[in-house]
Design a protein around this ligand. Structure first.
Ligand code: WAQ
Ligand code: MG
Length: 279
């Protein structure tokens, strides 16, 4: 599902050297409101479509004026994977949260240059999908830079879903947002050449982001953005020299089903995470 709306863009052009001469240029641009995807048995489709419509029309980014659905019968048997283990890192301020994200990504093998490139892109926002960034040289590799890469064809089987819901409930975080993000991150990190992911929501009210990596699993980071900000995004950090086409095809087209769930823990300190990587 893809929901969008048209808004007027106010482009203020300032003539160089003369601040009084501002020209206004109003045009309609389409902005992304929300998106969702999943792999479901046929018997679930109607319920899920209703849920997605409800989500799109009551989205905090505003009411969309276009919702597009695409439903496909997937013939390939999904590859089964285990979800990443979940932890929440203790952090209290925006700058602490950013430092933690940087520290965890560095410890996962991502260069400072690549981390800063990702943070800058996410701060700018506007992508419907994720950016693919090489973990060393910080090169952007996705062919469509307007759209980014949209991870799709991912799901969780009924037993694993129940198990995950009960694990997350113990820590008061059993929400669709957390479950969907964890399923996505687990698919992303299951690809051999992806080292880590950084995610910050574009929902103005949702201020918890995460990093996910082969090294640490799924680490939730509270207060990684200011309340009210509509910008967010995702970056996938890949090994240098990765076969980009294969990687993107895995993310967009390979059916993946979570059939096993790793432990869900509560809030822990950054040092505890650094000292107890998951592998
Ligand atoms: N594939 C690739 N990128 C995506 C996808 C997708 N399927 N869905 C969203 N994105 C990108 C896109 O650029 C969005 O602007 C950005 O991610 C944020 O998407 O455990 O809600 O759906 O509490 O706003 C994190 C949960 C929630 C943390 C993330 O992301 C937690 C969230 P949103
Ligand atoms: Mg969103």
């Amino acid at each position: 599902m893809r929901a969008s709306k048209e808004v007027k863009s106010e482009k203020l052009r300032v003539k160089s050297g003369n601040l009084k001469h501002k020209t206004q240029n109003l045009k309609l641009i389409e902005i992304h409101v929300s998106g969702a995807e999943g792999l479901y048995p046929l018997s679930e489709i109607q319920r899920v479509v209703r849920k997605y419509i409800e989500r799109a029309i009551s989205h905090p980014k505003g009411r969309p004026d276009k919702i597009i659905f695409s439903i496909e019968d997937i013939k390939e048997k999904p590859k089964e994977i285990q979800s990443l283990p979940v932890r929440t890192v203790h952090s209290e301020t925006l700058s602490e949260a950013k430092d933690i994200a940087i520290r965890l990504l560095k410890a996962s093998g991502v260069s400072e240059k690549a981390i800063h490139a990702a943070l800058k892109l996410i701060k700018k926002g506007g992508l419907r999908g994720a950016s693919v960034i090489s973990a060393e040289k910080a090169e952007r590799l996705e062919p469509d830079r307007q759209r980014g890469v949209r991870v799709s064809r991912l799901g969780i089987d009924a037993a694993a879903f129940r198990f995950l819901s009960s694990g997350l409930s113990k820590h008061g975080i059993n929400t669709d947002t957390v479950k969907e993000a964890l399923i996505l991150a687990s698919k992303v990190i299951s690809y051999k050449d992806i080292i880590a992911e950084l995610c910050i929501s574009d929902d103005p009210d949702y201020t918890t982001g995460y990093i996910a990596s082969k090294e640490f699993g799924y680490i939730r980071i509270p207060d990684i953005k200011l309340k009210g900000s509509k910008t967010g995004g995702r970056a996938f950090f890949v090994k240098e020299g990765v076969a980009v086409g294969k990687c993107i095809s895995y993310l967009e087209r390979k059916p993946i089903m979570i059939n096993k769930v790793s432990p869900c823990k509560g809030t822990v300190s950054i040092d505890e995470i650094i000292n107890s990587p998951y592998k």
